[in-house]
Design a protein around this ligand. Structure first.
Ligand code: NI
Length: 171
């Protein structure tokens, strides 16, 4: 297994739409395993393939904790039902050191395939529901900051530029 390089905003690959996975082969399993390793090392609670510059509809999510991991590897995930509203703080491994509250659905029903290609459906709520919505956005070329109001997006751009300049100075 290997750690993959996480792409950061404003890399163009993060704005592109990923294509559905059709081959459930060893390459897919290797990619998924490397994404899981990369997510845990970061550490993060979710990672989508475009964040490691692979434009395939694959996400890995673990909203559990060390004592009780809850890993989900979801191929071609989609939200088939949603209801309620939540407004929780989010971050993203592709947008380092920036957090903001984002409007999402409170509960979702998700459908995806596992690495064997079997279709799975379940209901998610709370952090897991937010994670699915956040990660599926990545597959459509959308970051959580794209969901900010234009006013807040302007503030984000200024703040983020400062964060990037500080990181450059530290190098
Ligand atoms: Ni993200």
């Amino acid at each position: 297994m290997a750690l993959l390089q996480i792409q950061h905003y404003p890399e163009v690959v993060l704005t592109e739409t990923s294509v559905p996975v059709t081959e459930f082969d060893a390459d897919l399993r290797t990619l998924a395993a490397n994404m899981v390793e990369t997510m845990y090392a970061a550490p993060g609670v979710g990672l989508a393939a475009p964040q490691v510059a692979v434009l395939k509809r694959l996400v890995v999510i673990d909203c559990g904790d060390k004592e009780d991991p809850k890993l989900v590897v979801a191929v071609n995930p989609e939200i088939i039902e949603r209801d309620g509203e939540s407004y929780e703080e989010e971050g993203c491994l592709s947008v380092p050191d920036y957090y903001a509250c984002i409007k999402r659905s409170e509960r979702v029903r998700v459908r995806f395939q596992n690495l064997q290609g079997e279709v799975i459906e379940f209901n998610a709520e709370g952090l897991l529901a937010i994670c699915f919505q956040h990660e599926i956005d990545h597959l459509d070329g959308k970051l959580f900051v794209d969901r900010l109001s234009s006013l807040k997006k302007g503030i984000f751009r200024k703040k983020y530029q400062k964060i990037m300049e500080q990181q450059q100075e530290q190098l």
